[in-house]
Each structure stands twice: as structure tokens, then as C-alpha cells.
Design a protein around this ligand. Sequence first.
Ligand code: FMN
Length: 154
Amino acid sequence: MKQLIIYYSWSGNTAALAHRLQQLMSADVFEIKVPAGTFSTDMYATSDIAKQQLTTGQLPALNEPLPNFGEYDEILVGGPVWSGSPATPVLALLELLKHGNVSAQLAPFYTHAGSAVGYEADFEKAAGSLTVLPGLSIAGSGTNDDTEIQKWVN
Ligand code: FMN
């Protein structure tokens, strides 16, 4: 089974989780980036920009080139929780996957600061008819205990 770990990380927590996942499986890894200036370096300003993107339906552009998603059987999609939901670059990625030549199952992994209850429902909704597997939710940059992560990978 060919697997891709693809993630967006604004402040590094999801990136750290993606790299821990990579150590536990043999998967390609890709970091999603958005054009410079898309967000702010300030969390609150970034939150406002993201809300504006959602209101207008103008999700952020993702830097190219992106992987050839059609090659994969499973795509692990990582990102931070923003206002209880997937960060807008993750939503932009799901739009591409949904309309691309993708047959892979999706598995969300995400990091948050304490509240992430609606994340997976919103992720599934954004994924349309693609199959979404149960996700992995980690607070902050995680702990040194990898039990939960290992259980999810297996
Ligand atoms: N954490 C939560 O638990 N709930 C939230 O609703 C939430 N909204 C956020 C909105 C923005 C714009 C940002 C920047 C952070 C928010 N956070 C929230 C915190 C992040 O989800 C958390 O710090 C996450 O681990 C950051 O991942 P990253 O370092 O990969 O960007």
C-alpha cells in the first residue's frame, strides 16, 4: 500500500507530528505551503484572515508543485485546528483531492490547543465522497508517549 503524509503547519506542531508518523511508517512526506503573505505571523490576525477566507469561499492558494495524488492508496492529511475546524489550507487541499483523480482513502491527523471536537465531522464534509478513516488528535506538540500515535498507525 502506497501512503502519503501531507500536512500544513502554521507554527510547527503538526509538522512535528508528521515527522513522528513518518518514523513509524514508510510513507512519502510533503509539507503544504501557502504563498508568502497569505497569513500573518500573529495568531489572531491569522484567525481573522482564515475566517474571511471561509466567508468569501476564497480558500488560500497552495504552492505548486503538489504530489501526484493519484499514485497513493492512502493519504494522511495533517493540519492544525483553527476555530474548531480544519485550517483553511487543509480545506483547500481537500477541494483539490475531491476534484482530482484520487481513489485514496484519507486519514486526518491534527493538533490543537485543547478543543477539537468538530474537526473530523468538518473534515469529512469537506472531503465529499472520498473515504475518511478515523483520525488522530494530539494536543499541542504532543508528549513523549507515542502510544496513541502507534496505535493509530497500526
Ligand atoms: N486550538 C484549539 O484547540 N481550538 C481552536 O479553535 C484553535 N483555533 C486556532 C486558530 C488559529 C488561527 C491558530 C493559529 C491556532 C488555533 N488553535 C486552536 C491552536 C492550534 O490548533 C494549535 O496550536 C496547533 O497545535 C497548531 O498547529 P501548527 O503548529 O501545526 O500550526
